[in-house]
Design a binder for this molecule. Structure first.
Ligand code: CO
Length: 134
């Protein structure tokens, strides 16, 4: 069902500093920040040859990243994103297997303009999993 690793998302307390770390110390190709208001995040995309890293800063009142950063003040891996070809078929299969889909189970449009869903971290070894239809 799952295909490529689309990205690993890392919550950071300071997006400018984190961008500089990836650009200047790790020598990566780093984008300008992009606000994704419906997900409550400002994102910097780090483009690697085989995948992406997304540096996430919470923005707005009820960002889902804010609580994570409160618990992990220096930052941390927030989720991994796997590609699927049919997100509805993937969701239905996962629900049938007993996995919990977050929210009402309706895909939302993610940071790349594609439908996404999130799966409960307790069902996947403590890791929040995002599925993106690509
Ligand atoms: Co993501």
């Amino acid at each position: 069902m799952i295909g490529k690793l689309n990205h690993v998302a890392i919550a950071v307390p300071d997006l400018t500093a984190a961008s500089a770390t990836y650009r200047d110390i790790l020598g990566a190709d780093v984008s300008e920040p992009v606000d994704v208001l419906e997900h409550g995040v400002r994102v910097v995309f780090v483009n690697l040859p085989n995948t992406k890293i997304e540096l996430l800063l919470p923005i707005g009142e009820n960002s889902p990243i804010a609580g994570f950063l409160a618990k992990n003040p220096s930052g941390g891996i927030h989720h991994v994103c796997y590609e699927v070809s049919d997100i509805i078929a993937a969701r239905d299969s996962l629900v049938k297997s007993g996995a919990r889909v977050l929210g009402d189970g309706t895909p939302k449009i993610g940071a790349h303009g594609n439908p996404v869903l999130f799966l409960h971290p307790k069902d996947f070894y403590g890791t929040l999993v995002e599925l993106e239809q690509v």
